[in-house]
Design a protein around this ligand. Structure first.
Ligand code: GLU
Length: 482
């Protein structure tokens, strides 16, 4: 292993979203490309918002996507002593200080700044508080926060591998809080301590953290820690370039899994949110992206999230997928629709999946498209009925079709097709006049896989029975109308 060490550090406050999955993926690709180490760290110091359920969902999502990690998960909530020790060190060195300002005082400062048209910043009131005062307040049981002494002048520059140098004036920062009054670290503080202690070489994370990075650099400098490299990956935006949210449909990995997307398609798709292989090909697996992935080639422009493209890619993967793997993934969807129970004929399902997958884009689509193999037809396609069942002569054609099929043995694609070709010639009709009503009769639909493939899979008995039922239906339909 190289000394490249990266981390994915989700906050367990929700599901694994596309943006988070993309951050995890880019860390993973970078680690795998460099034969480095990917560490999973859980940023769970926000006790109120962090949940066990969300943590499980995130770990589940990562596993399902095939994004494995080498160390961890490490939980920040189990490392509180470490943060407290470093905060104490900064206090001892005079690089940080206790601040006892009350909420009211801070509100006052904020209001004043607003009135003067200045950005709201902490005034530095407690920066030079006398030791006796500090002791007195502590004795009184006041709960202070700890603030970092931020240099008043100068600049902090973030050297970002994707974005180049990004400069921040130190005067725009106040003495920000590193430990809260409940003795919990702030995100900026805990992340620096962990990135240092876990020897993280590259911090790869979402662009929304870019404004935190100069603050983190100030903490690194105060602690005299060596800086890691930084790479901030661009935002993932909705097609209208707004922030991605619920109203844009499915956005979490779990939702896509439940909708019948394949992990490989999602991985391929989210790789494209900011990266593309040298040859410009859009369909590739991770063997290629691992081989070629570099941060230098990650785009700094916002990535536009487009489910149509994901769905298109999913269709591609469905067609190419290992048929047994695919069948096993379709089975729970068939069960959910009550099309099969716990005992099923695996080989039969496999044949069906193999036949219908050609036209379908998700596992749900495959389950829907397979329904007539497992359940009786409840309703014929309405337009199809008008177009094909109500044509004059259809009853006669279907009756003759049934008769012709009765003699077919074995009931194979070739033999059924032969029988139909002969019937077309005999009746001197166009193939459509026979094929369309038959398709509607045996599948209830106007489109789908090849007609003779359907017949073979349904088998002779079912095919004949359904043609007969369709004849009855058409006869009754006429009666109803008349
Ligand atoms: N917990 C932070 C987040 O989920 C991590 C940010 C970072 O990678 O430093 O956004």
């Amino acid at each position: 292993m190289s000394d490249i060490r990266v981390r994915f550090a989700p906050s367990p406050t929700g599901n694994l979203h596309i943006g988070g999955a993309r951050t995890a993926l880019f860390n993973w690709l970078f680690a795998r490309h460099n034969e480095g180490c990917l560490i999973l760290r859980v940023d769970d110091t926000d006790i109120e918002r962090s949940t066990e359920k969300s943590m499980e969902a995130i770990l589940d999502g990562l596993k399902w996507l095939g994004l494995d990690w080498d160390e961890g998960p490490f939980y920040q909530a189990q490392r509180l002593e470490r943060y407290r020790e470093y905060a104490q060190q900064l206090l001892n060195e005079g690089k940080a200080y206790y601040c006892f300002c009350s909420k009211e005082e801070l509100d006052e400062m904020r209001k004043k700044a607003q009135k003067d048209g200045r950005p709201s910043m902490y005034s530095g009131k407690c920066r030079d508080l006398k030791q006796e005062m500090i002791e007195k307040y502590l004795e009184e049981g006041k709960k202070p926060v700890i603030r970092l002494k931020v240099p008043r002048a100068g600049k902090t520059v973030v050297h970002d591998i994707i974005r180049g140098n990004v400069e921040f004036e130190n005067s725009t920062f106040d003495d920000f809080i590193i430990m809260k009054s409940d003795n919990m670290p702030t995100y900026n503080f805990a992340t620096v301590i962990d990135d240092y202690e876990f020897k993280i070489s590259h911090v790869i994370r979402a662009e929304e953290h870019l404004s935190n990075t100069p603050k983190q650099i100030l903490i690194y400098e105060a602690l005299e820690f060596k800086l890691p490299e930084f790479a901030h990956v661009s935002m993932v935006l909705a097609p209208d370039r707004s922030k991605l949210s619920k109203r844009h449909g499915a956005t979490s990995v779990q939702e896509f899994r439940d909708l019948g997307y394949l992990p490989e398609a999602i991985i391929n798709y989210i790789t494209l949110l900011g990266w593309i292989p040298q040859d410009g090909e859009e369909i590739f697996d991770t063997s290629k992206s691992i081989k070629e992935f570099t941060l230098e080639r990650v785009s700094k422009n916002p990535a536009i999230y487009d489910t149509k493209k994901l769905t298109w890619l999913n269709g591609h993967y469905i067609r190419e997928y290992d048929i047994d793997k695919l069948t096993n993934m379709v089975i729970p969807f068939l069960q959910k629709k009550n099309l099969i129970g716990d005992n099923y004929d695996y080989n039969y399902i496999k044949k069906i999946v193999n036949l219908v997958r050609e036209r379908e884009k998700t596992l749900i689509d495959i389950a829907d498209a397979s329904s007539y193999y497992f359940a009786e037809i409840e309703e014929y396609d309405k337009k199809g009925v008008k177009k094909y069942f109500l044509k004059t002569g259809v009853i006669d054609i279907l009756k003759k079709a049934k008769k012709a099929l009765e003699n077919v043995e074995p009931f194979t694609v070739e033999n059924t097709e032969d029988a139909y070709r002969r019937l077309i010639e005999e009746l001197k009709i166009s193939s459509g006049n026979l094929f369309h009503p038959t398709r509607l009769a045996i599948s209830g639909r106007t489109f789908g896989p090849g007609l003779f493939d359907i017949m073979e899979l349904l088998g002779k008995a079912k095919t004949l029975e359904r043609i007969e039922k369709a004849v009855e239906y058409i006869e009754n339909y006429h009666e109803e109308v008349e």
